[in-house]
Design a protein around this ligand. Sequence first.
Ligand SMILES: Nc1ncnc2c1ncn2[C@@H]1O[C@H](COP(=O)(O)OP(=O)(O)O)[C@@H](O)[C@H]1O
Ligand code: SF4
Ligand SMILES: [Mg+2]
Length: 328
Amino acid sequence: MSIPILSIRGVTKRFTLAQGLFRSPATLNAVNGIDLDIAEGEIVGIVGESGCGKSTLGRIVTGLMRLSEGAVRFRGQDITAIERRELARLVQPIFQDPYSSLNPRRSIAATVAEPLEIHGIGDRSERMDKAVAMLDRVGLPSRFASNVPSQLSGGQRQRVAIARALILNPQLIVCDEPTSALDVSVQSQILNLLMELRRDFRLTYLFISHNLAVVEHIADRVGVMYLGRMVEVAPSANLFAKPQHPYTRALLHSVLSPEPGAGVPDIGLKGGFPDPTNPPSGCVFHPRCPIAVHECAKRDPALMPANGGVAACHLIDPDFLEAPARVA
Ligand SMILES: Nc1ncnc2c1ncn2[C@@H]1O[C@H](COP(=O)(O)OP(=O)(O)O)[C@@H](O)[C@H]1O
Ligand code: SF4
Ligand SMILES: [Mg+2]
């Protein structure tokens, strides 16, 4: 790969949680040692149960949250060295709930034009012209321009958020559950729009979703997170056809029994999601893993090449399997 547009290296985000007067604070590694490169034009999906660290990773990449360890580079440059406004021009987020990020009293054209104003681009009428053209491009013709958000449907509001994210001509878009609040029929319209926009504006997406069907539809490559770690990354077709990590297999199985609106449904694993302030020893997945062996509680598996990507499980490591005493 030439220089990736985004390079995430050893990224860790620690939160310190107060536990009341008489207990010392707990540490939570919301994101734990993530490595990921994204090539220009790629759509990389990030999946995993609620609480596994997807949004935290997304916030770090957009510069909305500082990391505790590691580095994120945009075209080779550390994002902490990129001036805040410049980073906002290059990398834009799109969130699940556009309503909370739209000013209820502003017309949608003014909302879309606002980033141009903040960046001192054009005069007022030029900015409004650009905003109206961008709204048109995302499927909201000029008759909508003076509407306020409450006059729009959820899907239309997400189109406004997309227009606003694109108005500065960014290169990387971090989508965090962009269709999760929408009806299924509207979801596919928004996904198709995002794919068209990628092509037309030569965008790259980091696409976070708990919905595997959505990710399978849109992503070129998929990363699976568990308890702040990346446990598998592979080209989308490979991952869905032949998942390597037992957690990925459990997640894919969960698609067969979706519970509408309940995030990732019961994925048929023993035990619930572990306490992130007190993660299991060894492979953090071992208490829930249906194929765990003795050694899994002792040693943390590293990511290794698998299925055109990487996965972190002792049982795909030939060296581990050649030592049968460990599996006893
Ligand atoms: N600001 C915060 N302070 C403390 N803990 C947080 C904060 N943000 C997220 N967390 C915790 O970090 C973990 C990962 O959260 P998040 O990134 O939102 O996961 P996801 O998007 O996959 O649901 C969770 O355990 C969550 O409770
Ligand atoms: S290392 Fe062990 S516990 Fe972890 S996923 Fe592989 S088999 Fe399961
Ligand atoms: Mg989230």
